[in-house]
Design a protein around this ligand. Structure first.
Ligand SMILES: Cc1cc2nc3c(=O)[nH]c(=O)nc-3n(C[C@H](O)[C@H](O)[C@H](O)COP(=O)(O)OP(=O)(O)OC[C@H]3O[C@@H](n4cnc5c(N)ncnc54)[C@H](O)[C@@H]3O)c2cc1C
Length: 426
């Protein structure tokens, strides 16, 4: 297909990226009545735990863990004025989380949490993780960790990378009443991997069989924990049914990535965003971008160009190295689509510290795009490169979401700020 014969579309906003930041930007734009096109591959979200962190660790060098994420954000913003959180207010953060949780509920993914306090979840290795909003399937673990009832952790013969015995053993100091059991998985899978197990769990017969095999083990048990296999697209129904069949609260523990929790987000987004009116190019990328008058023109496709999209504004949510928004070269790190300047260590030798697990993190993990307070990335002259280009999520400079435990929050809050700014400007 020649450039001239490509199908042409016009939208208010082009969202570049279908990781958490791009999906959130799309959802927020739809809510504000904007016409939106979105392109990208699943990004990091396929690997994600499904937890929505706001901020749990600061300073990372001291590994200080916070129960109050807003106090943590205030301390972080004071200590690290270049962190993207230093550009946002508490009402912005609250609105971003509220809007996104409402959106997720509308597409079948319920989330819970405490007002202004981090929740607790049990990880597959038995440690406790603080996070702000928790998928419904993991929510009962917060109650369990606070009140430590007698609980049974279940795992399944042949399931790799998950050990209820290890989780129970490690967590015993904080949750002494944890026991564990290993059972055959009733679905008849040759090798039980989380994804096919989760699909099997959508069958009432499989749930019934699991409840029958668990029944003799439940004497004195007050809640039951499973690896995250309670369905992919029908988790509400699977969770409610398991609770009913066992007559007990049920919770999930996230499993090692790639995990069902990330697949749930991907499946729900891919099914629902087109229904809500977004023009979606899932699995496709922007192959070319250029400014055009007051907006932009993008060529989108896979191996070949497939469509030409004109947009009045654009949200760059292309991630860091994994998402391929930033590309490492011998002479430095480049931004892939607009060739915007990247804030980065002075030389390659400063990318990494001596210890791989240095809690202070590595210089390269803070590389990214600098922006103004409206999240418009700077050009070479230190001013916003374009009037209506925004950068959101992990591509931003000045944060280390992995160690600070702020990945999803950063994506949601910056996407929210950018979309509101754009909506107000047109
Ligand atoms: C293993 C793992 C566990 C995690 N666990 C948690 C957790 O417990 N809690 C939490 O809060 N967060 C967690 N996260 C982080 C969170 O889910 C987000 O992945 C992270 O914040 C980055 O999101 P992003 O959207 O900015 O980037 P990415 O997810 O990297 O997405 C980048 C997107 O940009 C697209 N793209 C790149 N180039 C182009 C182009 N030219 N045109 C169009 N699209 C393009 C990519 O295809 C991709 O869709 C986890 C992440 C991982 C990997």
């Amino acid at each position: 297909m020649t450039a001239a014969s490509l199908p042409r579309h016009e939208v208010d906003l082009m969202v570049l990226g279908t990781g958490l930041a791009g999906m959130a930007a799309t959802a927020f734009a739809l809510k504000r009545g904007l016409s939106v096109a979105v392109a990208g591959t699943p990004g990091e979200s396929l690997f994600a735990s499904g937890l929505l962190d706001l901020l749990a660790v600061h300073p990372t060098a001291q590994c200080r863990v916070w129960d109050d994420p807003f106090a943590a954000v205030a301390a972080l913003a004071a200590a690290e004025p270049d962190h993207p959180y230093a550009k946002v207010s508490r009402p912005r953060i609250e609105a971003a989380f509220a809007d996104f949780v409402e959106f997720l509920g509308g597409i079948g993914l319920d989330y819970h949490g405490h007002d202004g306090v981090n929740a607790m979840v049990l990880t597959p290795v038995g440690t406790v993780k603080r996070t702000y909003r928790v998928p419904a399937g993991m929510w009962a673990a917060d109650h369990g960790l606070r009140h430590t009832p007698a609980a049974l952790l279940v795992d399944f013969e042949g399931l790799k990378g998950y050990s209820a015995a290890q989780a129970a053993q490690t967590a015993r100091a904080v949750w002494p009443g944890l026991r564990h059991v290993r059972l055959p998985f009733p679905g008849g899978l040759a090798i039980p991997y989380p994804e096919p197990m989760a699909l099997d769990m959508q069958s009432p017969a499989v749930r019934q069989a699991l409840a029958v095999s668990l029944a003799p083990r439940l004497r004195g048990v007050e809640m039951v924990g499973f690896p995250a296999i309670l369905g992919i697209s029908r988790t509400r129904e699977v969770l409610a049914d398991m609770r009913g069949l066992l007559g007990l609260p049920v919770f999930e523990l996230p499993t090692m990535p790639p995990a069902v929790t990330g697949l749930r987000l991907k499946a729900a987004f891919e099914e629902c965003l087109p229904q809500l009116g977004a023009m979606t190019f899932f699995g496709k990328l922007a192959l070319m971008a250029r400014a055009d008058g007051k907006g932009f023109v993008f060529t989108v496709g896979g191996a070949e160009p497939e469509a030409r999209i004109s947009a009045r504004g654009a949200v760059l949510a292309t991630g860091r190295f994994f998402g391929r928004g930033l590309v490492p070269h011998r002479k430095g790190i480049r931004e892939a689509l607009f060739d915007l300047p990247v804030v980065q260590p002075a030389s390659r030798s400063a990318w990494h510290g001596q210890s791989m697990f240095d809690p202070a993190g590595h210089g390269v993990n803070r590389a990214g795009l600098a922006t103004d307070v409206r999240f418009r990335p700077f050009g070479a002259n230190g001013k916003p490169a374009f009037e209506t280009l925004y950068a959101v999520g992990s591509i931003l400079a000045g944060h280390d979401w992995t160690s600070q435990k702020c990945g999803a929050g950063l994506a949601l809050v910056t996407a929210h700020a950018a979309v509101e700014d754009f909506a107000a400007s047109i």
